[in-house]
Design a protein around this ligand. Sequence first.
Ligand code: SF4
Ligand code: SF4
Length: 242
Amino acid sequence: MIIPTLHSGISVKDSLDALAKKWPIDDKLYDLQVGRRSDVVDTQVNVSGVVFHVPALENDGLYVLWKCLWPDCHNCCERQGRLPLTKDDIAVLAKKLGYDSKAEFVRNETGISSWQEEGVGNLITTLSMLSLKRKKDEREEEDGTPLRCRFLDDNGYCGIHPDKPGVCWLYPFASWLESDRFGKPVVHATFQFTGDCPGFYLEKSLDSIMPVLQEYAPKIYDYNMAVQRTTRENYGFISFVK
Ligand code: SF4
Ligand code: SF4
């Protein structure tokens, strides 16, 4: 099962070109993100039970690494594509936003998001989940298009931190569950290149990203479990088409 990406239907190139007006983007990283590199290899790093897939540019002998540039950057909150909610998120956010009942919260503050992900073997996964509205009057057809999130303040702070949706804690990682050779589900994660994040950089060694992977592994693992509970208890739906 693939865990929600925040953006869809938007050209990565357009997003990167917009980003490049504010941040310097390395040419090699630009080419990678727009799909112009054919030498990208996958390095798997297992950290606390999460298998991270770190891309590397083979011809240059460089890993693609990441660190968040907040508070200097808050581009992901300015160009938010969708905020899908787990069942746990709904309970936490209903309380945070002052609702007595989850039903009332869902009615007033959420919409339904649906999107597709292409997985291994051309498997198309369609996901539908309740999403937190990024603006009060958000319309269904705005799902997947970048909007400035209503909770972002002028100084780059999130007004509902630390109770923000689980998906906000993960960006720019995308993650999914895959069975190992014994049939046991294993959590995998990699970067999602939406073109909105200036935090990627290139380095010859993985050393500098290890603390980041250690910090994100439990968040990613817990989030996958929360999404599992969400779909199992019919707060969200997943279907697969070959
Ligand atoms: S866009 Fe990237 S660098 Fe900027 S705040 Fe988001 S995750 Fe951090
Ligand atoms: S809820 Fe907070 S962290 Fe998530 S997109 Fe909005 S401002 Fe950013």
